[in-house]
Design a protein around this ligand. Structure first.
Ligand code: DIG
Ligand code: MN
Ligand code: MN
Length: 386
């Protein structure tokens, strides 16, 4: 039961199970794992794919010959295990050169270098078969707004993405670009802080059809938002190109906890949504094990992410099959059709008829909804007593 299979499309970044446990107040606690060992670990765990930032795989100062050897070995590991690379991305946040941002740095040389680095990383991703290209602007922000206009930052970010969309077309890579929002950390404020902000920004690009979003649980939670609502808005706009699953306590730094470790109800609503709309993309766990974990516990972390997703997928099926829950939903959504003449597209006659309709507002206001009973039934389903 709940054994992950490739058909579930579970993916992990090299940086997730490979996280060495460094944090702002402590040194690494785990030995670094090679990308090849990570591929084999993920394959054993039942994952479908592995993702990477360019420098997770190719050290930033690697020579051309070193790069080619690393890529050849990585391709062999993928062939040996059957794992695929659905997504690639660029590390535009670790090296000191990006300390004032990458695409939005005040230094035009840094902005140009960020474009060069991203094109090279796109070349690498395409070579390994990636179809989605993620942009997380971890350093695209400020500590003081005295030093940079948000209009300049937005213009520079837009120009960079427009340039890279043209490169994507010119190279024939056919990447789907997925923009990932985060409200803060490592910058005090990060531009375009939420998935909703990203959706608005995409509309200003030259190739908006090529660009979608990669919402992350922890990042919307850091902004105090309902993650499933953000995902639903992205889906409704045809822009849910990828998704980063993890978990997070509200009002804290980016914890990137194991999926479902903290907000089980939110995780349930998300899995129910993704499965009911037929989302076919990767279920990518952008998360890492607790700093207290040794290698065996890191493997338990990876298994836990996938098992919890599959358990909640089954809970969603139970929800749909639960007669008492479904009867209550039918009662809640009862519709005698009497208002249908007023809905749908506008017409002058429709507007005049609606303006003439007399409503018994007081009686309407006296109708409650049994959401307490419904929510308790959900809680009892999640607690395993239904
Ligand atoms: C952090 O949430 C970001 C980076 O790890 C990466 O660029 C992206 C890919 O999922 N998520
Ligand atoms: Mn995160
Ligand atoms: Mn992420």
């Amino acid at each position: 039961m709940y054994e992950p299979k490739p058909e579930h499309r579970f993916t992990f970044g090299l940086w997730t199970v490979g996280n060495v446990g460094r944090d702002p107040f402590g040194e690494p606690v785990r030995s670094p794992m090679s990308p090849l060992d990570i591929v084999h670990m993920l394959a054993e765990a039942g994952a479908y794919g592995v993702n990477f930032h360019d420098n997770d795989l190719i050290p930033i100062d690697a020579t051309g010959a070193e790069r080619d050897k690393i890529v050849a070995d990585f391709k062999k590991a993928l062939a040996d295990t059957g794992l695929v690379v659905p997504m690639a991305t660029t590390n535009l946040f670790s090296d000191p050169v990006f300390r004032d941002g990458a695409f939005t740095s005040n230094d035009p040389k840094v902005r140009a270098y960020a474009l060069q680095k991203t094109m090279q990383a796109m070349d690498l991703g395409a070579e390994l078969g990636a179809q989605v290209y993620v942009f997380w602007g971890g350093r695209e922000g400020t500590e003081t707004d005295a030093g940079k206009s948000p209009l300049d930052a937005g213009k520079w970010f837009r120009e960079a993405l427009n340039f890279l969309c043209e490169y994507n077309l010119d190279q024939g890579y056919n990447f789907k670009f997925a923009l990932e929002a985060k409200p803060n950390e490592p910058r005090s404020d990060i531009y375009l802080p939420t998935t909703g902000a990203m959706l608005g920004f995409i509309a200003t690009l030259d190739h908006p059809h090529m660009v979608g979003v990669n919402p992350e649980v922890a990042h919307e939670h850091m902004a105090g938002l309902n993650f499933m609502h953000a995902v639903a808005q992205a889906w409704d706009a045809g822009k849910l190109f990828h998704i980063d699953l993890n978990d997070q306590k509200f009002g804290r730094y980016d914890q990137d906890f194991r999926f479902g470790a903290e907000s089980i109800k939110q995780a349930f609503y998300l899995v129910k949504f993704l499965e009911e709309v037929g989302y076919e993309g990767s279920r990518h766990f952008d998360a890492h094990a607790y700093r207290t974990a040794d290698l065996n516990d890191v493997k338990e972390f990876a298994r836990g992410c996938m098992r919890t997703y599959l358990i909640l997928k089954e809970k969603a099926q139970q929800f749909r099959a639960d007669h008492e829950i479904q009867a209550l939903l039918a009662e809640i959504k009862a519709d005698d059709g009497s208002m249908n003449p007023y809905f749908g597209s506008y017409s002058k006659d429709k507007a005049q008829a609606l303006k003439a309709h007399s409503f018994d507002r007081v009686t309407l206001g006296q109708r409650g909804q049994p959401y307490e009973k419904l929510d308790q039934l959900l809680i009892e389903l999640l607690l395993g007593v239904r």
